[in-house]
Ligand binder design. Structure first.
Ligand code: ADP
Length: 194
């Protein structure tokens, strides 16, 4: 199986490139942000709990996120592989993911990080806020907080994958197609354990 962690700050283009990867490699998308938004729309208890954190750009507690991903993996057997988008966002989540995948007998193949300067991220997120309706995209203070949370809590996750020799970085500025080509070069070079 091909199991990819797509990594990067808010607004780096993970959602867009995930769509491209799913189509090309026939992978199952696990976006924790999308899963939380789905719960929120459905008005579930999980959605209500997550909303308190999401609206201001704080992380939902690890045990909640990990439980949700565990469920999703268990409920989607017989897949070609997974693309994790917006997860893991803390080192504790990365460790938990390794355990979940090792129980499934299929490790993470690699992490691909999209690198985008912070000023560009802010511009992109504010633009997205005009159409997405997402509360967390509509306010500069909330965006600054998400970037701070990313630097403090999420960036160390890249070190975790570097230590396992599973890390690749890609310049996330340029055309969507051009960036996707560079991502595919990395994906095609990954060693995939069956
Ligand atoms: P973005 O990458 O644009 O910030 P996401 O859609 O990935 O947006 O996530 C939106 C919000 O959902 C985050 O700000 C956070 O509150 C919550 N969230 C998503 N994924 C996680 C995660 N893995 N751990 C904790 N919180 C998460």
């Amino acid at each position: 199986m091909l199991n990819i962690v797509l990594f990067g700050p808010p607004g780096a283009g993970k959602g867009t490139q995930s769509e491209n990867l799913i189509n090309k490699y026939n992978l199952t998308h696990i976006s924790t942000g999308d899963l939380f938004r789905k719960h929120l729309k459905e008005g579930s208890d999980l959605g209500k709990l997550a909303q308190k954190y999401m609206d201001d750009g704080f992380l939902v507690p690890d045990e909640v996120v990990i439980g949700m991903v565990d469920d999703k993996i268990k409920n989607t057997p017989d897949v070609n592989g997974f693309i994790f988008d917006g997860f893991p966002r803390t080192v504790a989540q990365a460790k938990a993911l390794d355990e979940l995948m090792s129980n499934k007998g299929t490790p993470i193949s690699g992490m691909i990080a999209l690198e985008v300067p912070f000023e560009e991220l802010k511009t992109r997120l504010l633009e997205r806020g005009k159409v997405s309706g997402r509360v967390d995209d509509q306010n500069e203070e909330k965006i600054d907080n998400r970037i701070k949370v990313y630097l403090d809590e999420t960036l160390p996750v890249s070190e975790y994958y570097k230590e396992q020799d599973k890390f690749s970085a890609i310049d996330g500025v340029g055309s969507i197609d051009g960036i996707f080509e560079k991502i595919c070069e990395v994906v095609d070079s990954l060693s995939v354990e069956k």
